[in-house]
Design a protein around this ligand. Sequence first.
Ligand SMILES: *Cc1c(COP(=O)(O)O)cnc(C)c1O
Length: 392
Amino acid sequence: MNLPIYLDHHATTPVDPEVLETMLPALRGEFGNPASQSHPFGWRAQEIVDEARRTVAAFIGARSASEIIFTSGTTESNNLALKGCLEALRLKTAHVITQTTEHKSVLEPCRYLETKGFQVTYLDVDSTGRVDPGALERAIRPETAILSIMLANNEIGTLQPVEEIGRIAKKREIFFHVDAAQAAGKIPIDVNQMGIDLLSFSAHKMYGPKGVGVLYARSERPRVKLAPLFHGGGHEKGIRSGTLNVPAIAGLAKACEIAGRSMDEENRRVKSLRDRLEKALLAGLGDAFVNGHPQHRLAGNLNISFLYIEPEALMAALQQDLAVSASSACSSGIPEASYVMKALGIDGQRTHTALRFGIGRFNTAEEIDYAAERVIDAVKKLRKLSGLAPGS
Ligand SMILES: *Cc1c(COP(=O)(O)O)cnc(C)c1O
C-alpha cells in the first residue's frame, strides 16, 4: 500500500495508463497542427481529432460529431454555454434559471451576466441537495432563455433529476445546459434522451489529462447558436479559436472509450468500496452524519460530517496518510461552511464539519479499511482533545 492514499477523486483523477499510451504518439512523431492542411503532419493530426470527435459524440449519444467543441475544460465550456448562447440570441435582456449549489464556473458567469443586465434565478435545493422540478417550472418566465442545472454535485455527489428538467425545457422551448464534470464517465449520458442542448465536461475528472474538455451544442431541434469567447483563427467553426491540444484530445477520447465500456462494472466496485467506508465510519464513530442524497448520489462520493471536529484539524492529522477534502474554507482561522453545505439548510455543526471522500478507479479494499481505521482514530483523538464532544 502506497501512502498517502488518494481519496479526492472529485478534485481530479490520475491519468489511466491506457490514456497515457494513447497520448504519447501525438506528443512525439504525430505532433502536427490539424490546421496545417498542406502536409501529412497536419493531415494525421486532423485524423486524430476527427476520430476523437466521433468517439466523444458516441459517448454522450450526440447525433453528429459536429456538435462537439473541444475546449480547455468545464470552466471554459460553462462560460461558453452561458455567455455564448445569450450573446448569440442578441437579446438586451433575458432570464436565466440555475440553482444555488452549482459549481462556481456556472455561478460566476451568471453573476457576470447580471452585471450586463440579464436576470438570474438561483433556485434553492432540499436538504439532500436536489432541486424541485416543479419549483423550476414555476420560475420560468416568458423571457427565460436558458436553464443550467448540473448532473452531479462536486461536494455531496447529489444527482439532479435531469431527464425531468429536460422535458420541461423542451415543452417550454428553453435551452437546457448541464454541467456534467462530475457525472461524465460515472452516469450514462444520452443528450437526446435527457433533453440536453448544451453539455460540459472535463477529461481530468474521468482519468484523462488536465486542460481539455468538451462543450456539446445541439445542432438541430433546436439549433444552439454560440458567440465565441475567444476570437482568432476560427478553429472549431469559429466558436473556439486556438490551436487544438491534439494529445489531450486523443487522451480525452480514450478516457471516454474506457468509461463507456467499464462504467457499470466500475460503479458497482466503487460503490461497494464507498459503502464499506461509510459503514465502517458510522460503526466506529458516533455523531457522524452522511450528507447528500441516500440513493441519488455518485457511487464514489462520501460526504460525512463528524460533529465536534474541525475538518481542517482532521485533515492535518491525516495528511501523511489520506488525501481528502473539506467542504469548508478556513479564512482567518474561523472555519466557514461551503456555500453548498449552507444551501442544504441543515444545522450549523453539521454544515461546517463535513469531510469529502472521493473514491475512484484504482482504490482497493485494503486502502479503504486503512482509511477508515485512520479516520476513526484521528476523530476520537481530536474529540478528546477539544473536550467539546459529550462524554469526552
Ligand atoms: C471540476 C468541476 C468544474 C471545473 O472543471 P475544470 O476542469 O476545472 O474547468 C466545473 N463543474 C464541476 C461540477 C466540477 O466538478
